[in-house]
Design a protein around this ligand. Sequence first.
Ligand code: ADP
Ligand code: MG
Length: 391
Amino acid sequence: MILPGATVGVLGGGQLGRMFAVTAQRMGYRVVVLDPDPDSPAGRIADVHLAADYADRQALDELARQCAAVTVEFENVPASSLEFLARVRPVRPGVAAVAIAQDRVREKRFLAECGLAVVPFSVVLDSDGLSEALVHLGGSAVLKRARLGYDGKGQARVRSLAEALAAFESFGSEPCVLEKLTVFQKEISVVLARGADGATAVYPVIENRHRGGILDTSLIPARTPSAVAQAAVDAANRIAGVLDYVGVLAVEFFVSNGELLVNEIAPRPHNSGHVTLDACITSQFEQQVRALCGLPLGDPALLCPAAMTNLLGDLWIPHAPRWDAILNEPRAKLHLYGKRAARSGRKMGHFTCLGDTLDDARARALRVRRVVTRKPMALWRQRLAGEAAHK
Ligand SMILES: Nc1ncnc2c1ncn2[C@@H]1O[C@H](COP(=O)(O)OP(=O)(O)O)[C@@H](O)[C@H]1O
Ligand SMILES: [Mg+2]
């Protein structure tokens, strides 16, 4: 067991790294963050920030020298860096799980091997393959880069070969998967933690609504029949077991005509799991610290129903959101990630509304959301003028 007072490391200095760092520090750990951005959200609050590339051998050496164990904030760190660290320190989750999650082709094959249903897909390596795959999938599909996609980036909906070829080219003609455009009634996620001893702690299933490929709102517990929720939990447990996983794992699903399809996995705390910060006895970040340090896992039980809404950079344009809308709601908890530059689609923060019932939490979140996203007339005029100018 790595006890409080020790130093732990995280690769990646975004909001997930920051919430990990805040939690670890609350529990008495020192935190070292490796992130090339000198102004990263986690780097700024870490005890030590190594501002270097994820493949920088000297920085990795230093990370290993200072830290008793290392985790990741996101899956897109070079697997070779994790292998390098794993030779001298516990790296949790392990390299194998991260390597699968960072490559959609490997991920799909792995999920199929686990006996789980996924959206029909084809691997695309070149334009001929793309054309065959599009015919095979029926003409309407989603092209996704195999690597380095997130928040809907690196993917495009395509309805014709011309659109598909243009998207493929815009992704640098890198390997992709082409997925059938799926009609689903609901998206849900399972977030769980698994310790080195194989013990697991699973959160209640979370219901997610995306807009433009980016998570907008998460509800806990999901409004879904218990059989569907149980099947999702079973699937997530199976994935964690097969990977002999240690850490926090998230699994995203589509619920399509009562059938459960696995969309993707994340080898880390998940945006939908941010509800656990305020709504559960133990948050997903505390579980990440506990699993990393070999401590017993905390109780994932729900304290009360909750609704979480992301705050994207768009809300900062042209000026900061109406904070009063969030602060006036006595059951809203505001979380901001300390990012200086607001860009469209960039996750700047989130707020969570707690409720006596899920409907109560939802109603509070919707009320707040309506005011927060209200744009001043001047901005709409500007936008309309911009659109008119493009025509
Ligand atoms: N095959 C699909 N059919 C319909 N919608 C999809 C499909 N794939 C992705 N989406 C939508 O786009 C969102 C983001 O896609 P996802 O594959 O999860 O990538 P990311 O890594 O960006 O989260 C999904 O949560 C879902 O709302
Ligand atoms: Mg996703």
